[in-house]
Design a binder for this molecule. Structure first.
Ligand code: SF4
Ligand code: SF4
Length: 278
């Protein structure tokens, strides 16, 4: 696995951007990728593709399997690398180390391909959070020798590329995820405990398990949610993903993003009193 094929998305900005050309959203670069190039599909093997929650959701739905099955079959154990939160990477085939979705004619999941496959040859990093500031993404260009696409004459600005590759819509789906991974709570290197890291992984990545957690536990008795919202998140995966961020901001950082029912509060106080009296 080469460093240049390590498509890193968030968090480790200094590493990912070392020696890279930084681009503003209006700056340009040349690129075209097509089956006539000698390098066609060379980039679809032996590569770290970090998956976002929207990637896992879209790919699992495309394959007709649950997010739980997708994570077990197609991802490697969440890695932390230099990141403060675990993120899964796409598992390459054991034998030839190629992407399992690669077909002779190219990407077999093109319409639902992961965020970093869409982005390439661009990369993006989110600077560490600072108090009172929402960090802005920084874009940079991978200038890998194995990729001949940059020698093509088609010109793009960063903005045009983000639109053309469907990244704008994908980023909207992952907005809640980004608000959590770049949350100011992490300023100063604070780390979540293992229980909260598991909550992060379940709610964002294993959305079917999160669905069961919301609808098959006492969750709805504990939180005061609009009926309309409850019906929406029951039926709509994308709404559930946005709600996952709302719940995680409450559960991980104690933000008032959800309202606890009075009765649940009373019960908690009673439980605490019982424990204290034991
Ligand atoms: S042009 Fe670059 S992105 Fe396209 S197939 Fe070749 S190596 Fe991959
Ligand atoms: S998902 Fe598609 S574009 Fe991405 S590595 Fe696999 S085959 Fe290539």
């Amino acid at each position: 696995m080469t460093q240049s094929k390590d498509r890193t998305e968030t968090g480790d900005l200094p590493y990912a951007m070392r020696d890279k050309r930084i681009l503003t959203k209006d700056e340009g670069f040349n690129f075209a990728c097509h089956s006539g190039l000698k390098c066609f599909t060379d980039c679809c093997g032996d590569v770290n593709i970090i998956l976002t929650p929207a990637d896992v959701l879209k790919l699992s739905r495309r394959l007709g399997i649950s997010t739980t099955e997708f994570l077990a079959k197609h991802t490697l154990t969440p890695i932390t690398k230099d990141l403060h939160l675990p993120v899964p990477i796409l598992k390459m085939n054991d034998d030839d180390k190629r992407c399992p979705f690669l077909k002779s004619e190219g990407c077999g999941v093109y319409e639902d391909r992961p965020w970093s496959c869409r982005m390439y040859p661009l990369g993006m990093g989110i600077p560490p959070a600072r108090a009172g500031e929402q960090p802005e993404p920084v874009y940079f260009l991978f200038e890998d020798d194995f990729c001949h696409g940059r020698q093509e004459s088609t010109g793009w600005t960063v903005n045009q590329w983000l639109e053309d590759q469907g990244i704008v819509q994908r980023d909207a789906l992952d907005e809640g995820f980004r608000s959590v991974v770049s949350h100011p709570w992490f300023i100063g290197g604070r780390q979540l405990d293992p229980k909260r890291i598991e909550m992060f992984h379940m709610a964002f990545y294993d959305l079917d398990r999160f669905h069961a957690f919301v609808f098959e536990s006492s969750f709805l008795n504990r939180f005061d949610l609009d009926d309309e919202l409850v019906e929406k998140i029951r039926e709509d995966d994308e709404a559930l993903l946005a709600f996952a961020a709302q719940w995680l901001r409450f559960a991980l950082f104690a933000e008032p993003t959800l309202k606890v029912r009075e009765s649940a509060n009373d019960k908690k106080i009673d439980e605490q009193k019982t424990i204290q009296n034991q």
